[in-house]
Design a protein around this ligand. Structure first.
Ligand code: SF4
Length: 258
């Protein structure tokens, strides 16, 4: 769903007007997402020319502007470089420049800092936050890093085996997680002040997703599993204000929970 509209049935031609324009994406490995055979300038201006219909000259000027916007100081030189000549952080900036070149309403960032070292990670996250605040671009951040979630997000949807199992404000998710999987995730974060504790881990493995699953997908690993959990998949339901969870535990009177 995008802006209340189901975009799955759209024709490829219609999707092309949304993709890269109203919705764009930053991937986790900038080296494999950029085409090694074209300069970064060619790759960014292709998007601009396609969606904005600008001339080659104007698209190049707009590309330089975009590269500056994402903090690349030598934009006029970098525009003619091939991706392999740039560092990981620079490449990710180029990817972001490409993603925001048509001023998207939604930017999907899929593990945007995983392949980067910690200092560059912080710079890229700062840049994404600035885009969100200054240009009002909505950002959907996909990450397994709870530190990044706490730092960057307003609302969080926790997914397990392809289903959203909990959704709420970042504060609610960290302060009072409702789903056993979220509770396990938060418990497994190492704490600076607890150096001698053995790190908690959720036992078992993620289910194989191409098999037919019955009941709650987390049941095999859940310490609170009940017979009902093995039979029926719970719905995602709002149990507190703007805080939803997919778990039978919150439907069952406390005395019935073993
Ligand atoms: S529905 Fe049951 S198995 Fe699934 S998370 Fe809740 S208590 Fe655990």
């Amino acid at each position: 769903m995008f802006k209340g509209k189901d975009i799955v049935p759209l024709k490829e031609r219609e999707m092309r007007t949304i993709r890269g324009n109203a919705v764009s994406m930053i991937f986790q490995e900038p080296m494999t997402s950029l085409n090694p055979l074209f300069t970064v300038g060619q790759q960014i201006s292709e998007t601009i020319r396609l969606h904005r219909g600008l001339s080659r000259k104007h698209a190049r000027e707009h590309t330089v502007e975009m590269l500056k916007k994402v903090g690349i100081a030598r934009a006029v030189e970098i525009i003619d470089e091939y991706p392999h000549r740039l560092s990981g952080g620079m490449r990710q900036r180029v990817m972001i420049a490409m993603a925001i070149s048509c001023n998207p309403e939604l930017l999907i960032a899929d593990e945007p800092t995983t392949a980067l070292d910690v200092t560059i990670q912080a710079q890229i996250l700062d840049l994404i936050r600035r885009l969100n605040e200054e240009y009002q671009t909505a950002v959907m951040m996909i990450t397994h890093d709870l530190g990044v979630v706490a730092e960057m997000c307003h609302r969080v949807a926790v997914m397990y085996a392809g289903k959203v199992v909990e959704e709420g404000s970042v504060r609610d998710i960290f302060k009072k997680p409702l789903h056993p999987y979220t509770q396990g995730l938060i418990k497994s974060v190492p704490r600076m002040n607890e150096q001698h504790r053995r790190l908690f881990s959720i036992s078992g493995n993620v289910p194989v997703l191409n098999t037919q699953m019955k009941g709650c997908r987390f049941a095999e690993r859940c310490q609170n599993v009940m017979p009902l959990c093995l039979e029926k998949l719970p719905e995602l339901k709002e149990y507190e204000e703007a805080h939803s969870c997919r778990c039978w535990l919150h439907e069952t009177p406390k005395e019935e929970v073993v």
